[in-house]
Design a protein around this ligand. Structure first.
Ligand code: ADP
Length: 231
């Protein structure tokens, strides 16, 4: 694989949490290379360390050992400002629960990461365009309480995309949706990642969600292995 085709490289990453009486080693040497534009699912039972891995990749936490490289730069070599910028602009996060601000409209929620990035004005047009793209053009002025679960999750997806991240990290993005809502959201994530030339890393329990990604990896005993393709 040529260097420029690689977006993210996770090299021999371990992560332990201090817990009595002994430290809990959740990740025991994880290796992962993500190419630009590909979609990858990480599956595994609850508690095996999937969210831990996503948090490390998104620089929300730091590995105990090993290194994470994004576009050829090691995250542990970035200074405070560069790291903040990485979290805000290079990666987008979608979680199981939407975490939208209840008092803000869909449009305002979507613009929150753009405010941090100092470009809310330019982003307004993009926000409206993306809301339209996900079928919420008419609902830009609605508050989360006035939207369905699937609609709220779509707002959360648009919020994650507002700063044009190269990598979208999704942690059980369909966990709070019914089967139909889940299928729609996954189709949307895949379409948007193609349109936006974005790499998609999805942590999921759902075999049907995983089956739609280019690759499936299984986190087992602290390591990533090729996973089985479900039906
Ligand atoms: P998953 O996402 O696969 O359900 P997690 O990454 O959330 O798994 O958690 C993996 C293990 O690490 C669990 O045993 C969990 O209790 C533990 N853990 C997660 N975060 C912390 C933390 N901040 N401090 C201590 N233990 C943690």
């Amino acid at each position: 694989m040529s260097e420029s085709a690689v977006l993210l490289d996770v090299r021999d990453v371990t992560k332990s949490y201090a817990a009595s009486p002994v430290a809990l080693e959740v990740l025991k040497g994880v290796n992962l290379s993500l190419r630009r534009g590909e979609s990858v699912a990480v599956v595994g039972p609850s508690g095996c360390g999937k969210s831990t891995l996503l948090n490390l990749i998104g620089a929300l936490d730091t590995p105990s050992s090993g290194s994470i490289w994004f576009e050829g730069r090691a995250l542990d070599g970035l200074n405070h400002r560069e790291l903040a910028r990485f979290r805000n602009a290079s990666v987008g996060f979608v979680f199981q629960f939407h975490h939208l601000l209840p008092q803000c409209t869909a449009l305002e929620n979507v613009l929150v990461p753009a405010l941090v990035n100092g470009g809310a004005r330019d982003r307004r047009a993009r926000a409206l365009e993306l809301l339209e793209r996900v079928g919420l053009g008419e609902r830009a002025g609605y508050r989360p309480g006035q939207l369905s679960g699937g609609e709220r999750q779509r707002v959360a997806v648009v919020r994650a995309l507002i700063n044009r991240p190269r990598l979208l990290l999704a942690d059980e993005p369909t966990g709070a949706l019914n089967e139909e809502g889940a299928a729609k959201l996954v189709a949307l994530l895949l379409e948007l990642s193609r349109e936006e030339d974005m790499t998609l890393l999805v942590v999921t329990h759902a075999g049907q969600v995983a089956a739609q990604m280019d690759r499936i990896l299984e986190l087992r005993a602290g390591r990533l292995e090729p996973g089985e393709r479900g039906t």
